[in-house]
Ligand binder design. Sequence first.
Ligand SMILES: Cc1cc2nc3c(=O)[nH]c(=O)nc-3n(C[C@H](O)[C@H](O)[C@H](O)COP(=O)(O)OP(=O)(O)OC[C@H]3O[C@@H](n4cnc5c(N)ncnc54)[C@H](O)[C@@H]3O)c2cc1C
Length: 495
Amino acid sequence: MANRDGRDFDVVIIGAGVVGSAIARYLSRYDCSVAVVEKGSDVGGGASSRNSGVIHAGINSKPGTLRARFCMEGRRLLIDWCDQLNVPYEICGKLVVARREEEIPGLERLKRDGEENGVPDLRIISGDEAARLQPGIRCVAALHVPSSGIVSPYALTIALAEDAAVNGVVFFLDNRVEGIEPGEECFVVRTDKGILRGRWLINSAGIHAGEIARLIDPEAPPLYPCVGEYLILDRLVGERISMSVYPAPRVDNAGLGVHITPTTEGNVLLGPSNEYVADPEESRSTRPTMKRLLKEVRVMWPDVPESLVIGAYAGVRAKLTPPDAGGFGDYIIRRTPAYPRAIQLIGIESPGLTAAPAIARYVIDDIVRTEEPFEPKPDRMIAIRRWPRRFDELPEEEKQRLVSEDPDYGEIVCRCEGVTKHEVLHALRNPLGVKTLAGIKFRSRVTMGRCNGGYCLPRIVDMLQKEGGWTSDSFVLRGPSSPLFVGRVVEGEDA
Ligand SMILES: Cc1cc2nc3c(=O)[nH]c(=O)nc-3n(C[C@H](O)[C@H](O)[C@H](O)COP(=O)(O)OP(=O)(O)OC[C@H]3O[C@@H](n4cnc5c(N)ncnc54)[C@H](O)[C@@H]3O)c2cc1C
């Protein structure tokens, strides 16, 4: 469509989590103009980077639901997309463990559901076999799920968005959507920074999708925020846990129970808790919950090395089921009755990370393109932006070669994670133009190690000033409201 002031688009997507970014990437392969509007200063700041990073196999979704369908299709596409973009993932398998005999029927139910969904090679095994597969784990029986895996959730979301950006999608970061005005030809999307116009509108705003939907659809259902807190164990523990270990499910649980999950970077996650809260932006980590997490983990893993806890974080589930119901609702993905070119995605909770590529394919192929035959771009017009390989993990000869080509590879900036100056500069020059310390951290892994930045932060600050032109008042952690050195810390008339 004619782009009057750089603000007219065929499609406007609200929210740059993994779902919005997957849709943006899918659309970037077609001849159409696409904008993504995101209130954060980077992509993936919501649930998409604050989860377990598990590639679900499909045992936890009720057969016949959209959750089951998109989990199964999403897993296949996700692996394909990770291969294309070099996003770290591993099909390491998972155990769901019964800690008491009474929990075994729960495993059988999962096995039945999984088989109905088409999950291969499910087996109920003895406690001894489970302990052989994953030493250190104690249980009476377990369901072995070999097709489950892990992926780096923030790398995935950033990689999808950056790949979409290099293929023409325009990202409007730091733009909070505040209003939508439906018109004859297009929707006018009003943000706190200005307006955008889109002939199609896709609402993938995560926990805020319900309130965004209600701007044009008073019947859209509410969402209930439910927090999940995690503990992070140092990479030193990584070798000891090679697959995810989940407890047998409880039907009323709003999550999948406190589990143990290795990450693609070699850490281990313990969590999440599940607690309904009032504030959809809730992301605190609390001491009582941390204690509870360790207590629950100890039942399955008696020797959990508590001294290796190096951090904590929390994510918010976008639940359609209220606190008194618990459990899981099914995804709502539909056109808005009064405005069919506005597509609402509501209640995209777990396994939304796994399902995202399938949701993207469905929204574009089965809804938008049935009316709007955007032409596929020829292959020569498509650029693939691959996630950088970690210098630390390269074979010695390759490291030597890179250092001889670029001395920046020879300068280690972050000792804990072995990150080089070259990797930090690469992160700094990201195609989304993200300029936050968290943005550099998630792209390069600096400050993610045991010292939490104690060693590398001053060196990074120095480098960002010299090479990136950052000034003391432009250093922010996640965005304008988290200044690192200069900024308002007290609100009020005298501040
Ligand atoms: C604790 C927890 C564990 C999970 N574990 C797994 C797992 O292991 N495997 C799995 O497959 N799934 C898992 N999930 C589910 C998965 O993380 C989510 O389904 C998925 O991330 C949802 O992505 P999204 O893009 O819809 O939402 P989000 O990632 O929340 O993105 C929505 C975006 O919209 C933006 N936004 C909101 N309002 C506005 C506005 N007004 N204007 C502009 N932008 C706006 C937000 O800033 C945000 O970036 C887990 C979820 C949680 C919370």
